[in-house]
Design a protein around this ligand. Structure first.
Ligand SMILES: Cc1ncc(COP(=O)(O)O)c(C=O)c1O
Length: 393
């Protein structure tokens, strides 16, 4: 693990760092593991602070809300690289993009209502490109039969171009067998569409939900999964252009979360460390009440021998706010900094950020040339929890 730059060592509140060299190395690693024809689509929900750095590194960006679209537009992402996705697409948002002559992105279709809305769009010079999202038996996407009905009737809408199928079945998936079965099923479905509706999908956009090893007890199966995925894709009868939609697998490993020890106590025979951050800043998929041990260290004391066992707790008024339970630590003191690893994806957006009106941490980007950029300052949330109205008593 790289050392924290001196400038950040002096920080006195919790913060995140995203290391762009690690991010780029990760993209290269993914490309090396996958067939060269496979494209990458970054699901920006994983971490919007990485979007600009990924502009030239991935082929597409998956955007699931008007807010995410605004961020991408602000960062200058070309619309050709945008996949407008999401289970609820605000009608005014879709309509706005449909009438924008400069918008050249792709829409996913999550429901028959969304499809209807897109079909009603006034024809433009270029047809509207769509991916039909196949359901994974949840509230997302549409049934196979509905996809078939849409395709059977596709010639009624000449200004609509159905590029192919999108499929995402869940995140943090560790079963190579399940991956293979999914791809086989998708291939069979594409074959059925070809034989029954004379529809040949040009594209398959697939979210494999590649996992990250967040906890010390986890065993990484990454290489096995990449091998299985690559073999299964190459074995497909159909040859659509494949794009992998990835969030966690691209973003997690470049992130670190730093938080300081602000108090230490012994209650009923247990040692407790209080830190200035907590579970509102640090969410690991699969973690609950610190049942699992994430990868972390005491900054500057990584090689010191363990002295005592501690429970590391955050600063929320919740007994759930435990980051690590019963962990042996070297000699520590108030002011020491803890560093949590693999925090580049979802970690900072899935926490209960508004609880207790505590501040959001600073976000720093560590650039490849050694520069440190403050991508977001620390942000007060009290303003969001302050009622703003007049009342006479
Ligand atoms: C449609 C879709 N694609 C891709 C992703 C990214 O998933 P992951 O972070 O597991 O790669 C998600 C995550 O929710 C998603 O909903």
């Amino acid at each position: 693990m790289k050392n924290l730059p001196d400038k950040l060592l002096k920080n006195i509140t919790a913060f995140y760092t995203f290391d762009i060299s690690l991010l780029k190395e990760r993209i290269q690693y993914l490309r090396n593991q996958l067939p060269s024809s496979v494209s990458l689509c970054y699901a920006v929900k994983a971490n919007t602070f990485l979007i600009r750095e990924l502009t030239d590194a991935v082929e597409r960006f998956e955007i699931c809300s008007p807010g995410e679209a605004e961020i991408c537009a602000f960062l200058g992402i070309p619309s050709e690289k945008m996949v407008i996705s999401g289970v609820y697409k605000t009608p005014s948002f879709i309509e706005g993009l449909l009438v924008d002559p400069c918008f050249k992105g792709i829409f996913t279709v999550e429901s028959l209502l969304q499809y209807e809305l897109l079909c009603k769009a006034p024809p433009k010079e270029e047809p509207i490109s769509l991916l039909l999202r196949l359901t994974n038996d949840s509230q997302f996407g549409i049934n196979e039969e509905d996809i078939e009905r849409i395709l059977a009737n596709r010639n009624a809408f000449p200004h609509i171009h159905i590029l192919g199928i999108q499929f995402f079945s869940g995140t943090q998936k560790t079963s190579a067998k399940k991956l293979r079965r999914e791809i086989e099923h998708l291939d069979m479905f594409l074959q059925h569409l070809k034989e029954s509706y004379a529809y040949e999908a040009e594209e398959l956009e697939y979210g494999p939900g590649f996992p990250i090893t967040y906890f010390s007890a986890d065993v990484s199966k990454e290489e096995e999964l990449f091998k299985e995925l690559s073999e299964s894709l190459c074995a497909m009868k159909n040859r659509p252009k494949i794009t992998l939609e990835l969030g966690r697998s691209i973003a997690a490993s470049c992130g670190r979360y730093y938080t300081h020890i602000v108090d230490m106590k012994r209650n009923k025979g247990q040692n407790y460390l209080l830190v200035d951050g907590g579970m509102h800043h640090l969410v690991y998929y699969g973690q609950h009440m610190a049942m699992k041990q994430p990868y972390f260290s005491v900054v500057g004391k990584e090689t010191e021998p363990a002295e005592e066992t501690w429970n590391i707790c955050g600063s929320l008024c919740s007994m759930n706010d435990i980051l690590v339970k019963q962990t042996p630590l070297p000699h520590i003191a108030i002011g020491d900094m803890l560093c949590f690893q693999n925090t580049g994806a979802y970690c900072m957006t899935e926490g209960i950020s508004l609880f207790l009106s505590r501040d959001l941490p600073c976000v720093y980007l560590l650039l490849e040339n050694g520069e440190i950029i403050e991508a977001r300052g620390s942000f007060e949330t009290s303003i969001l929890n302050t009622p703003n109205y007049e009342r006479k008593f």
